[in-house]
Write a new protein. Structure first.
Length: 581
């Protein structure tokens, strides 16, 4: 957002409205500059001479100028606000779209709290600044310059005072702005921190209450909130001094002008109307300076926000759509999965998360993945779903490199159940149709039957129309997992990814669900990540990971015999889950 060309590109579609806006502002300023001169003529040519006709004539012109100023100023404000709001709307949409294009590694580097702040508060700061600029972009400079020219026409000698007043005001505003800019930058970073802590505490409210840590978390939030408040107060005090400083200078200038003009009026060198007109023009000049001061008050924070938005919008798209997309085999013909020497590491990390991963799964086969926490199981699923891209190596789907497949080509081809189950608010039917909006009720019930979720949905009074709270919090953990599995099955996909999707299920439900899944997904590739041997022992092949490397890749029986790590996992779960051997 920092480059000027970026802002010009956003303003270009509003060219016609901007032209009308500037014409309205020019007319408004012209009317404002005419009024002091007309009032001087009324005093000097009408009141002083006792000419009633002259007073009425100039009074009529003043009324017309005032009405024109009112109408044009309202039109300018409406147009300026409309343009700024439309640019803000487009900017917010661009930020939102950019956030959705980020890889998981990029989301973690920005932090979710910071991304929320950039999409809301930062865009609002820029939008507010744009409104002020568009409303005052012509008025302030032209009023200042025009007021100076008209003041010179009234009296050159009195105009010398402006050579002192205007530089003093500029120095005050400039000094305070330089002091406030770093404070506003710190404020936005602290606001990120407050949002991050708040989001953590809302997501983890059950854990906080379970461990009776409300006081500790309140202190943590209070500390971040106090830091933000202190910085905001410091910046606010600096910015608040602009208005009284400018007002004081204006009042002193008016006193000086009256004092200097009084003697000349007594001596006959200056008329009363001219002095009053001169004072009005000086007021217009100082008002224009105050307008610039108002812009300056908003400018530091808006610039900080613009830089933060620009940083996000200019970030490289690591998982963007391919320049030359490749076609996939037709749906229903199978989608073989291949990993060829795949390695993955987060930018700047010392160690790789995955190293030299090779495996292949054909349609109708099930691949189980198991390993210790942090061994890279979920990373493999994320790479298949292209939430991240491999650092080296290739992932092939249907014989096509995953990077060269357009996102829309995979629509409906992958059914994904993430490790952290999340349901969007709406009805049960809305949640199930998330990946396939055209699915009918029969398809929804079929998926619910396979996922062992039909019974508790039928028990609800509204059944498929039953409400789902944000995140699915009105269902238990096991119910959410089964609904998420049903959501994936509604897609009728060629590739299913289950990332530890059976952890909240009891053994009996798990066994029934896996048996139904095996029949329902017989045409597709299935990748199942699990910590439990019981959930993957019947897979065609099992991939055992150890610190991001392959420790074993075979059937359950062969791994028990030949892979010590897998054998240890089986022994550790014997008597706890089932007799795996």
């Amino acid at each position: 957002m920092a480059p000027t060309s970026g802002w010009l590109a956003r303003l270009r579609p509003h060219g016609w409205a901007l032209s009308v806006l500037m014409l309205c502002q020019l007319g408004q300023v012209t009317a404002s500059l005419l009024l002091p001169g007309l009032s001087a003529d009324i005093i000097d040519k009408g009141i002083a001479a006792g000419a009633a006709g002259t007073i009425l004539g100039y009074g009529g012109w003043m009324a017309a100028a005032s009405l024109a100023q009112l109408v044009l100023s309202v039109a300018a404000v409406v147009l300026g606000a409309r343009i700024a709001f439309q640019i803000g709307q487009a900017l917010r949409a661009d930020v939102f779209a950019k956030v959705h294009s980020l890889a998981l590694a990029q989301v973690q580097s920005f932090s979710i709290g910071s991304l929320i702040t950039r999409c809301t508060n930062d865009v609002l700061q820029v939008q507010t600044m744009l409104t002020m600029i568009l409303v005052m972009i012509v008025i302030a400079p032209i009023m200042g310059i025009g007021g100076g020219v008209m003041a010179l026409r009234q009296d050159v000698q009195l105009s010398r005072l402006l050579l002192i007043v205007v530089p003093v005001l500029a120095l005050i505003i400039g000094y305070l702005t330089l002091r406030a800019t770093p404070l506003f930058q710190r404020m936005q970073a602290q606001l990120d921190g407050v949002n991050t802590i708040l989001r953590e505490q809302i997501d983890g409210i059950r854990v906080i209450r379970a461990f009776l840590q409300e006081d500790r978390e309140s202190r943590r939030f209070g500390a971040a909130n106090n830091e933000l408040t202190a910085t905001a107060l410091h910046a606010g005090r600096l910015m608040a001094t602009i208005s009284p400083a400018v007002t004081a200078v204006m009042q002193l200038a008016s006193v000086a002008l009256v004092w200097a003009g009084a003697g000349r009026i007594i001596s006959g060198d200056l008329q009363i109307g001219a002095l009053i007109s001169f004072l009005s023009y000086v007021s217009l000049i100082l008002i224009s300076v105050m307008m610039m001061g108002m812009l300056v008050v908003l400018l530091p924070r808006a610039l900080v926000s613009a830089r933060r938005i620009g940083e996000l919008l200019r970030s490289e798209v690591m998982v963007g759509p391919p320049a030359r997309p490749q076609a996939l085999p037709a749906k229903g013909t199978g989608l073989p999965l291949r990993f060829e020497a795949v390695s993955f590491g987060y930018p700047g990390a010392e160690a790789m998360v995955l190293e030299a991963i090779d495996f292949a799964v054909d349609p109708g086969e099930v691949l189980g993945i198991i390993g210790a926490t942090g061994s890279g199981k979920s990373t493999i699923v994320n790479l298949i779903a292209r939430l991240d891209d491999p650092t080296t190596g290739r992932i092939l789907l249907g014989g096509v490199d995953r990077k060269t497949i357009a996102p829309e080509a995979l629509n409906g081809r992958i059914g994904y159940v993430p490790q952290k189950t999340y349901l969007f608010s709406g009805s049960v039917a809305d949640s199930l149709r998330f990946g396939n909006p055209q699915a009918d009720d029969a398809a929804l019930w079929r998926a619910l039957e396979i996922a062992q979720a039909a019974d508790f949905i039928r028990a609800l009074p509204e059944q498929l129309a039953a409400p789902v709270a944000q995140g699915g919090t009105n269902f238990s953990g096991g119910q959410r997992q089964r609904l998420a599995i049903a959501r994936a099955l509604v897609c009728d996909a060629d590739l299913y990814l289950f990332d530890d999707s059976f952890s909240a299920l009891d053994q009996a439900t798990d066994a029934r669900l896996r048996a139904e899944l095996r029949r329902a997904t017989a045409h597709a590739v299935t990748v199942t990540v699990s910590q439990r041997v019981a959930s993957i022992k019947d897979a065609d092949r099992i991939l055992v990971l150890d610190r991001g490397k392959i420790a074993g890749y075979a059937t359950h029986e062969a791994l028990v015999r030949d892979c010590p790590i897998y054998a240890d996992i089986v022994r550790s779960q014997q008597g706890v889950t089932e007799d795996a051997a």
